[in-house]
Design a protein around this ligand. Structure first.
Ligand code: FA5
Length: 352
């Protein structure tokens, strides 16, 4: 006798279609094709059938099993989509849900420091000058009394730029090789070439040096050049201005020391150190464990710089300084590694 399983298959399909939750759907599947399921039991009973009926029953039950699995998968999809739609609608309607927080950006510590410097020096009568980051050998070195064969060039490890055109124009000194400026001092020359004294400027900007990095040194960093040219200017004027600057910048008087030094474009020259405000002079990574941090180079403008720019050194004197802005930022915000300023780590930047 031929066995008909289409009724059983239809019964399973109807139950699947009316299942309202994934849990219900699972239960229906178990009821028909699970271990003890109705279809499974029929399959297990095949050996009890007459030999002539077995093949046909096996094939019919197999087809029923496949059709049930298909119906199950379709219903599973429908239930999933319905759940997604419902959760979307719920979110949309949830008027009590908190609004999305707006993320505000913040200014980079170096930008903050540059702005504060601009305000303080601005209030002391300084205006802001600028120069290019790609400089010529003339402005970066020669005009600053550092000719090509001068050993002082080794003080600034330089990134030279390849330029066939520039090379072919050597040795015309005003159009020599190009480089990434190693300090902001070339702005002194550019400014004095185009302005007559008295002069009182600051020139903040990015500079580049081909040197190893550590907690205090970067290959590109920021300096702020200062230049004052007037009559009867002395080291005492520099000292007064810089002490006042530090007092206003940090909000309390800072101990500074002037160490005799050498720069070819100033005479006399000095390095200015300040007590490390991170460790209060005890010694830490920020100050290479010395308690002091070298913050700027400075000195009285060398007569050769005046000569190179057409300013009469018999009539005018001046002082110049170059502050390391990164080091200033490190002291102001107690940052113990200069590299943090360039890593773009949001966990660090969000603190400002
Ligand atoms: C100069 O660059 C001179 N142009 C400064 C100057 C200007 C002297 C005008 C006289 C008159 P120096 O190489 O020392 O000097 O650099 C000045 C300051 O830049 C240092 O005191 C330090 O604060 C900072 N600085 C120097 N090298 C680095 C570096 N690799 N990374 C971070 N800051 C640096």
């Amino acid at each position: 006798m031929q066995r008909d399983f289409s009724e059983l298959e239809q019964e399973a399909k109807n139950a699947i279609k009316t299942a309202q939750t994934p849990k219900e759907l699972e239960a229906v599947l178990r009821l028909y094709t699970g271990k003890e399921g109705k279809i499974t039991r029929e399959i297990q009973a095949i050996p009890t059938l007459a030999v002539s009926e077995r093949a046909e029953a096996g094939s019919a039950l197999n087809t029923a099993k496949i059709q049930i699995a298909k119906a199950y998968a379709e219903r599973q999809d429908e239930l999933k989509q319905r759940a997604q739609k419902e959760s979307g609608a719920e979110e949309f309607l949830d008027v009590t849900a908190p609004g999305k927080k707006i993320e505000y950006g913040s200014l980079h510590p170096l930008t903050l420091v540059q702005r504060v410097c601009g305000e303080i020096f601005g209030s002391m009568g300084f205006s802001i000058a600028q120069g290019p980051e790609i400089e010529t050998e003339w402005y970066n070195f020669d005009a600053l009394n550092i000719p090509a064969d001068h050993p002082a060039r080794d003080m600034w490890d330089t990134f030279w730029l390849k330029s066939e055109e520039a090379k072919s124009q050597r040795p015309k000194t005003k159009n020599p090789r190009f480089l990434l400026r190693t300090h902001t001092s070339p702005v002194q020359i550019r400014y004095l070439e185009t302005h007559t004294p008295p002069v009182r400027i600051i020139a903040p900007g990015r500079v580049f040096r081909y040197e190893a990095t550590d907690a205090n040194h970067q290959i590109n960093f920021y300096q702020l050049e200062g230049l004052v040219v007037d009559k009867d200017i002395s080291v005492a004027n520099f000292s007064a201005i810089i002490q006042e600057f530090f007092k206003r910048f940090f909000g309390f008087p800072v101990t500074v020391r002037l160490r005799p030094s050498y720069f070819p474009f100033t005479e006399p020259s000095f390095e200015v150190d300040m007590t490390c405000v991170v460790c209060k002079g005890k010694g830490c990574a920020s100050c290479s464990h010395s308690g002091w941090l070298e913050i700027m180079g400075a000195g009285m403008v060398h007569p050769r710089v005046f000569n190179a720019t057409g300013v009469d050194p018999a009539k005018w004197q001046g002082f110049a300084f170059g502050i390391g802005l990164d080091r200033l930022a490190m002291m102001k915000y107690k940052i113990n590694d200069i590299r943090l300023l360039y890593e773009g780590d949001l966990r660090f930047l969000r603190q400002f």
